[in-house]
Ligand binder design. Structure first.
Ligand SMILES: CC(C)(COP(=O)(O)OP(=O)(O)OC[C@H]1O[C@@H](n2cnc3c(N)ncnc32)[C@H](O)[C@@H]1OP(=O)(O)O)[C@@H](O)C(=O)NCCC(=O)NCCS
Length: 155
């Protein structure tokens, strides 16, 4: 990590979202347009990590009762491997509040993301065969879950 100013911002409207566009320009995950629509939904919660006034990472959840589904986590390509992904994931898990479980799906080929999730206590709970498109065909989704104390700490 550098001496840069890092802050956590909860996204609440499209004005917050606009500076995040570069994160989604070459995305193989949800599009910027999809996320714009998601932010209008009452169960959406999202945060970004701002480094020296520039967003470098964002995370999205849909929450229902005590369960949160993580929709996407993304770090700007030029800012990866500096701990921002872990920092944002951890901060958002704490900020989620009254949530007892977080679930997500990740491409079976995405070893980097799976390693990050495992390092914060997520466990593999299943798979969805042929869930994602690839340039050559299809690949499985790995399902992962994390159980939290209601205070937001990992059990
Ligand atoms: C996955 C992603 C969010 C990780 O963010 P990051 O800021 O680069 O990750 P961090 O620097 O916080 O690393 C945390 C841990 O993740 C794992 N990790 C991250 N990048 C990795 C890589 N390229 N190879 C292997 N492990 C990796 C490591 O376990 C790492 O811990 P360590 O540094 O102690 O070894 C980032 O690579 C990304 O945005 N990828 C594209 C979008 C994506 O795949 N999102 C997940 C959708 S489910």
């Amino acid at each position: 990590m550098t001496d840069a100013q890092i802050s956590l911002l909860e996204l609440s409207d499209s004005a917050d979202l606009e500076p995040l566009q570069p994160l989604y320009e070459q995305s193989d995950g949800p599009s910027y347009g999809f996320l714009q629509g998601l932010l209008d939904q009452p169960h959406c919660r999202a945060w970004c990590l701002v480094k020296d006034k520039q967003p470098v990472a964002a995370i999205w959840y849909q929450c229902a009762a005590e369960q949160a589904d993580m929709i996407d986590l993304r770090v700007l390509a030029s800012e990866r491997r500096q701990g921002f992904g872990r920092q944002l994931l951890w901060a958002s898990l704490t900020a989620l509040g009254d949530v007892s479980a977080v679930a997500l799906e990740v491409r079976s080929s995405n070893a980097a993301a799976q390693a990050l999730y495992q390092s914060l206590g997520f466990s593999e709970t299943g798979a969805r065969p042929n869930y994602y498109a690839t340039p050559d065909g299809r690949e499985d989704a790995v399902l992962m879950t994390l159980t939290l104390n209601i205070s937001g700490s990992v059990t």
